[in-house]
Design a protein around this ligand. Structure first.
Ligand code: HEC
Length: 416
């Protein structure tokens, strides 16, 4: 064989491999595609909190290698495995081109807007007790009393029983549900759930709690009179949170690992159908209109889908702030308010006209719930360790109150 030819063939094969691993990444395309990453890695590739690595200025080949490893499962992280699953080789190349092009800047936290109020907190903004989980302080805090109850690791979602006696909170890292006696803040039980429990809700009659286990794809049903697990409902696809109808006959469950909402018949405790919600990525939290005909579904990225439940038709997809967050239809039914952990504002949607407006609140808003009289909207600011309170008469920020670390979710009696 002609050595010259051999060398040439070898060289071009090597070149091919090289151009394959560093496949033509398009920075502009990457920038567009990176919108899905901003909720955790920031708009500029700087992670929004300690748990999210910086990607700005990272080596291109390294990003490609890591994303490919998340995609094929050889590197394990539940969030990133899910994120990378849908990325094509071209997407990965574009994303790597974009993030590596960004300047490596020191993550400089924006100066905090002053937190106005510490102690004591006025009753005016808290007509009834509000219970808030503190993920990083492993505690529940009550407002306006500002009591702190010791809970378990990563206290996440919370719910209050209609009689106000028990407060429930999930601990995904220990696969359990903590139950507190609200009269003294003592733990009365720690109940084993499925894997990675997220949302928890109580049936309107106060008899049962449903816990959505995102890791095991099922719901744990707990009888509250005995605090015992009485059933497990399989739904698959990463159930994240639940909303019961007011008569308690149905439970709607967001399937964050899929693309829809599961409908559970609470009498038979079986899934009866899945309503597909096209146009959004990873259904995360949901709430219902006052007449319960429409669902407002918040996804994991930056959308709210407005779904007509009878026909399953998506009436509108509204772009909201980056990252995941809660959503609450105010008890008076007039507005749906949603938070966005990767941004510094909430979005308030008029439930009749579907017009949306943004209200600046501070860093990392996630949990969001209105008071029972719809006068106040409470928002947890995960990036500021504070609770923002919006006055719904003016739709402006009324006050901010210091809290424990990483305030996450809010339970208000009368507004499940
Ligand atoms: C919900 C949060 C979240 C979103 C959204 C997200 N990531 Fe991540 N990402 C993480 C976490 C958490 C880690 C760290 C995983 C670990 O500990 O292994 C990570 C790690 C990574 C890494 C590895 C970094 C390193 O230093 O090894 C890359 C690369 C990455 N993400 C890229 C992306 C891209 C690209 C997107 C969007 C398509 C994205 N991520 C969306 C949370 C997220």
């Amino acid at each position: 064989m002609n050595t010259k030819f051999f060398n040439l063939a070898f060289a071009s094969a090597a070149l091919l491999t090289l151009s394959h691993t560093l496949m033509a990444g398009d920075i502009a395309q990457g920038k567009t595609k990176a919108a899905a990453c901003a909720g955790c890695h920031g708009n500029n590739g700087i992670g929004l909190s300690e748990e999210f690595p910086n990607l700005a200025g990272q080596k291109q080949a390294y990003i490609i290698k890591q994303l490919s490893a998340f995609k094929n499962g050889s590197r394990q992280d539940p969030t990133m495995n899910a994120m990378a699953a849908s990325l094509s080789t071209q997407d990965i190349a574009d994303l790597a081109a974009w993030f590596s092009s960004l300047a490596k800047v020191n993550a400089q936290a924006a100066p905090n807007t002053p937190i106005v109020k510490t102690s004591p907190v006025s009753r005016r903004e808290f007509p009834e007790t509000v219970y808030i989980s503190m993920k990083k302080s492993a505690a529940i805090e009550t407002f306006p009393q500002q009591n702190s109850w010791q809970g378990g690791p990563n206290m996440l979602y919370t719910a209050i029983t209609p009689d106000n006696k028990l407060l429930l909170s999930t601990s995904p890292s220990t696969n359990s549900l903590y139950v507190f006696n609200t009269s003294n803040g003592k733990q009365v039980a720690i109940i084993k759930t499925g894997k990675a429990p997220k949302g928890v809700k109580v049936t309107p009659d106060g008899q049962f709690a449903y816990v959505s286990n995102q890791g095991s794809g099922d719901l744990t049903v707990i009888k509250l009179a005995t605090l015992k697990v009485i059933d497990t409902i399989t739904v698959k696809k990463g159930p994240h949170n639940v909303r019961f109808t007011n008569d308690g006959s149905l439970a709607y469950v967001t399937l964050q690992g899929g693309d829809g909402i599961a409908v559970i018949d609470t009498r038979t405790r079986k899934m009866i159908r899945v309503i597909a919600v096209p146009g959004i990525t990873g259904p995360h939290n949901l709430d219902l209109s006052a007449d319960e005909k429409t669902a407002f579904v918040r996804d994991f990225v930056h959308h709210v889908a407005v779904v007509d439940l009878a026909s399953g038709r998506v009436k509108k997809v509204i772009t909201v702030g980056n990252g995941h967050g809660g959503i609450d239809v105010l008890p008076n039914g007039k507005f749906a308010a949603t938070a966005a952990i990767g941004d510094d504002y909430i979005t308030v949607i008029n439930t009749r006209t579907l017009e949306a407006r943004n209200i600046k609140v501070g860093k990392g808003p996630h949990g969001i719930r209105a008071s029972k009289d719809s006068q106040w909207i409470y928002v947890t600011l995960t990036g500021e360790n504070a609770i923002a309170v919006i006055n719904t008469n003016t739709m402006t920020l009324e006050t901010k109150i210091a809290s424990g670390q990483f305030p996450f979710w809010i339970a208000v009696n009368g507004n499940p």
